[in-house]
Write a protein that binds this ligand. Structure first.
Ligand SMILES: [Zn+2]
Length: 325
């Protein structure tokens, strides 16, 4: 079986045909099947609360909803997290996401609730200890310097000792000091909605990557300065954040981004969605993602003559996914 169509690459679209049996690019004079994109990278999720979407209360502030003692954490204590994560993974699978970087609440048990599922893509799980235990797993997903203070440095050194990655939320709902973050030296920081130009330049200089989640931020009345981040050449990724607030679907995210950042080109938005955090993931050349050809592809329906218009159309459907595990 073959997929023929326009394939999105960092340089733009090329016409090609993929032999689905062996993932080789071949010549074939069959008709076009649709538009082919490298599997999306969802660089920031909390899939554990996907199941809370139906019961999400309205009118709560960020702190009341997702803060350390907020509504979400009570929900997580009283509900089946394995099922909730599975719901999120089904959404990721259906929408052509090949990489999920999930912040796992709930200590070791929280990590196991994800690991028990057979997700066909790649998952990188960022652990968070319960109370003052050691870091569970390899990678650290730190709530924020504001929430945990010096514990962040302890978790960070534990992750480093295990050759893990370190991610942390920063300047989501209000401005936070950048110096402490630079001192912590994580691999990536999430949100930066209230970062100043100087903060972003400092991140660039320190080689710290950034993940933004514009739909989730918009829900709480925040907006990350994405244009400036792109201008500065930061290593960027997109995430969908809490599963109870936003779908895990990257097509939903990029449509929102295009509507809310009209000066950013469709090519750039799609490039970040497909090749997000490329510099970070290439640092140690251990990731399968150091070579995008290895991640797999999604076949999207053709909804408009122009490739970009077609992909960003709300009518676009994922017709198939070819994983390369
Ligand atoms: Zn988050």
């Amino acid at each position: 079986m073959f997929w023929k169509g326009s394939l999105f690459t960092k340089e733009g679209f090329i016409n090609t045909c993929i032999d689905l049996e062996n993932c080789k690019f071949v010549t074939n004079d069959k008709e076009e099947d649709g538009i082919i994109v490298p599997l999306f990278r969802n660089c920031h999720t909390h899939l554990g609360d996907t199941g809370a979407r139906e019961s999400l209360p309205t009118g709560l502030s960020l702190a009341e909803l997702v803060g350390p003692n907020g509504w979400k954490h009570k929900w997580l204590e009283n509900n089946n997290i394995e099922n909730s994560i599975l719901q999120g993974l089904k959404e990721a699978t259906y929408s052509g996401i090949g990489l999920v970087m999930d912040f796992r609440e709930g200590g070791k048990e929280g990590l196991n609730a994800f690991k028990m599922h057979d997700y066909l893509g790649t998952s990188i799980l960022f652990g968070r200890p319960l109370k003052d235990e050691a870091l569970p797993g390899t990678h650290a997903g730190i709530s924020s310097l504001k929430d945990v203070g010096d514990l962040a440095f302890e978790l960070s050194s534990q992750a480093r000792a295990r050759k893990g990655l370190i991610g942390i939320h920063h300047s989501e709902n209000e401005h936070e000091n950048i110096d402490a973050l630079i001192e912590l030296n994580p691999d990536f920081a999430v949100h930066l909605c209230h970062a100043t130009d100087e903060d972003l330049s400092a991140l660039k200089k320190a080689n710290i990557s950034v993940v933004v989640c514009p739909r989730s931020n918009g829900y709480f009345g925040n907006k990350p300065p994405l244009e400036k981040m792109i201008d500065l050449g930061l290593d960027l990724g997109f995430g969908t954040d809490n599963g109870m607030v936003c779908s895990v679907n990257m097509l939903d995210e990029i449509r929102f981004i295009r509507e809310n950042y009209p000066s950013i080109s469709s090519h750039k938005i799609l490039e970040i969605a497909c090749f997000g955090l490329d510099d970070m993931l290439n640092k140690d050349v251990t990731s399968r993602y150091f070579n995008p050809k290895l991640s797999g592809w999604a076949l999207l329906s053709r909804e408009a003559e122009d490739n970009y218009e077609s992909i960003f159309s709300p009518e676009t459907k994922v017709l198939g996914v070819r994983w390369r595990n």
